[in-house]
Design a protein around this ligand. Structure first.
Ligand SMILES: [Zn+2]
Length: 260
């Protein structure tokens, strides 16, 4: 959901996946701290009407504050817009349908060539692992490589708010290619973060890879790598690592690699 910063949880070891309880999280657990509540009230006082309704000629009181770019950590005033509840719900539903659709397209076919799916947190070493295990003639499908290629920006610093849609479409075309009979490549490698077991199961059923490999590189090691690589956006990557580990669950059949 766009306006909810992820609750951060830390793990001391890699081998204890955290299960989500069925219980609803409190606003503080969801990351709605006091600072956000205060900012939210300031925005609503500054702009009391729902912006989408206003643009469509309706006068409706705003009740919620939405992150326009979908990044819950970007609290710049120009990224915040007040919305009424129905507009906010409609926007959230559309975003989720978009991303689910695009990230895991239902139309994918089983791969016609041997495929290895490599999963792990940001900075867990997925690309490096694939590079050292693949051959030059293999196809490597990596959203970061595609996004940086399309945007002309760095591998980890490309502007996702602008280029994520086109990059995912290009990635999906490549996945479409290996679902048709092809002799272009002897083998394909797909890099996706996918911390949730159910989502890796989705890929397993859908594209029928030969193997799914998960790099269980400990969060401390990922964090250190991020710190040593100034080309990476520091805070968002650290948050993404925490989020990955808070969502991670093992799936029977996955091949676990202790990243170093
Ligand atoms: Zn509205």
């Amino acid at each position: 959901m766009p306006s909810r910063p992820q609750a951060q949880r830390r793990l001391s070891t890699a081998s204890t996946p955290i299960r989500r309880s069925g219980r609803k999280l409190t606003t503080t657990e969801r990351g709605y701290g006091w600072a956000w509540q205060k900012l939210r009230l300031l925005v609503l006082a500054d702009e009391p009407l729902c912006r989408i309704c206003r643009e469509q000629g309706r006068i409706t009181a705003a009740e919620e504050v939405d992150h326009i770019d979908g990044n819950a950590h970007n609290n710049d005033r120009e990224n915040l817009r007040p919305l009424c509840r129905p507009c906010h719900l409609a926007r959230t539903a559309r975003d989720q349908a978009f991303s689910k659709h695009q990230f895991r397209p239902e139309w994918l076919k089983p791969s016609t060539i041997p495929l290895v799916i490599v999963c792990g947190a940001p900075a867990s070493g997925k690309s490096t692992w694939v590079r050292s295990n693949s051959k030059v003639e293999d196809l490597i499908i990596d959203l970061d490589v595609i996004g940086s290629g399309l945007s002309g920006q760095t591998l980890h610093g490309w502007d996702k708010s602008k280029w994520l849609g086109p990059a995912i479409r290009a990635r999906n075309e490549m996945l479409g290619d290996i679902g048709r009979s092809t002799d272009h490549w002897p083998r394909a490698w797909l890099i996706v973060s996918e911390p949730k077991a159910e989502n890796r199961q989705w890929w397993w059923d859908k594209v029928q890879p030969e193997r799914i490999v998960v790099l269980e590189t400990l969060p401390d090691i990922c964090m250190r790598r991020v710190r040593d690589d100034r080309a990476r956006p520091q805070e968002p990557t650290r948050e993404a690592i925490g989020k990955w580990w808070s969502e991670y669950e093992r799936r029977p059949g996955d091949e676990i690699i202790r990243g170093e």
